[in-house]
Ligand binder design. Structure first.
Ligand code: NAD
Ligand code: ZN
Length: 354
């Protein structure tokens, strides 16, 4: 049986970002203690950044261009740069402020500052040997559940696969719903749908237990409330947190493997890639896909169409193999004999409909 680890500390509530200073004070040993801030580039020169307790002389601030999802090459370069800037002294904290992209990059950095080698060496399950640097997540958009999961999703040359480890889990999270005010409508839906899909895939999977079911059901209720009823960032933050817990303790299903293929080969971001894939899964998640189309209509958000129409056979093949590499999710969705049911031909048919 697995011995589950969770985020140690959390602060939840409007304006809770102001607590960051106190959290760091407790962590700092002396005046030389410093942090590395990874901040989504949207917040460069914005009020939020100005209010952070950044020590101008010693803290290191990196603005993350979340136009690209985390890539192993980027992480390896970042780790080198931070080591140079910090003169190889370890920071007291790594702080990720942004969405899943920034939070996952902060996870990778905290691991690679204390573990030798390259980011891609740790893609897989429980490959990290040394404890990571203490880390804090402050999500500014909600749905991925990255703030609570034991994975840092990472793309390398050949695969999109997370660093799955207890050392990927944040030590502290600060959930401040006010930070979501500026999220554009389309992105809000894509990322919130990530949470919706985590719950659906988790609930429909074979390895769900009572604990994960409780998290997934409550998360789905909250995300549905906010996507179909009155938009409520507080509810979405809690939904994302519970959705992350649900999926971390069970698994995803059919949509995520297809979505990983779309991201890896065609470069679509996780949220929108999930939506594109989910929209073609009526056969498996009938009621939920219908509900999803209602959500798109309500928010007046449209999805790109015919995205595989002019794509070469070679790329289609790459997407098929990237999808079928996800044994655990597909086994969760279809059972042990998933290969007989979800064949390469079946994947191809779905991809060609997108
Ligand atoms: P994101 O971090 O990629 O950000 C999407 C866009 O939203 C960016 O343009 C960013 O600048 C903008 N943004 C973020 N906060 C904003 C704000 N408050 N106001 C205005 N704009 C804002 O989006 P995401 O969907 O949260 O994260 C996707 C990433 O998360 C993918 O890389 C995916 O693989 C990863 N992911 C990780 C896990 C996990 O458990 N670790 C789970 C699911 C997805
Ligand atoms: Zn996801």
């Amino acid at each position: 049986m697995r011995n589950f680890k969770n985020v140690h500390h959390y602060i939840f509530g409007r304006d809770s970002i102001q607590e960051l200073e106190n959290v760091l004070k407790e962590k700092y040993q002396n005046d030389n203690s410093f942090s590395v801030y990874l901040i989504d580039i949207f917040f460069k020169d914005k009020d939020l950044t100005k209010k952070l307790p950044i020590k101008q002389k010693s803290d290191i601030v990196v603005y993350v261009d979340s136009k690209d999802e985390p890539h192993a090459d980027y992480i390896n370069t970042l780790v080198k740069e931070i080591k140079v800037q910090s003169k190889r002294i370890l920071p007291a904290a790594v702080i990720g402020i942004g969405g899943g992209t920034t939070m996952d990059i902060a996870k990778c950095l905290s691991i690679l500052l204390t573990n030798p080698g390259k980011a891609e060496d740790y893609q897989g399950w429980d490959l990290v040997k040394n404890p990571a640097i203490y880390k804090i997540a402050i999500p500014t958009i909600s749905g991925t559940g990255s703030e609570v999961t034991r994975t840092a999703v990472l793309t390398s040359k050949i695969q999109k696969l997370g660093i799955n480890s207890d050392y990927s889990i944040y030590d502290q999270i600060i959930l401040d719903p006010n930070l979501m005010k500026t999220v554009p409508k389309d992105q809000f839906v894509y990322t919130a749908m990530d949470c919706y899909i985590h719950c659906v895939e988790s609930l429909r999977g074979n390895i769900i237990d009572e604990l994960s079911q409780a998290f997934a059901e409550k998360s789905l209720e909250l995300v549905r409330d906010t996507l179909l009823g009155e938009t409520n960032p507080e509810k979405l933050m809690v939904a994302s947190y519970f959705g992350g817990l649900a999926v971390a303790n069970s698994n995803v299903g059919i949509c995520h493997p297809l979505s990983y293929g779309l991201s890896l080969v065609l470069g679509y971001h996780h949220g929108i890639a999930n939506c594109i894939a989910f929209n073609q899964l009526d056969e498996y998640y009938t009621k939920e896909v219908k509900e999803f189309r209602k959500i798109l209509k309500k928010f007046d958000v449209s999805l790109p169409r015919y995205i595989t129409k002019r794509v070469s056979q070679d790329k289609i093949d790459k997407m098929i193999s990237a999808t079928l590499r996800n044994e655990k999710p597909l086994c969760n969705a279809f059972g042990e004999n998933w290969r007989d049911i979800f064949t390469a031909e079946k994947v191809k048919q779905i991809l060609l409909r997108m």
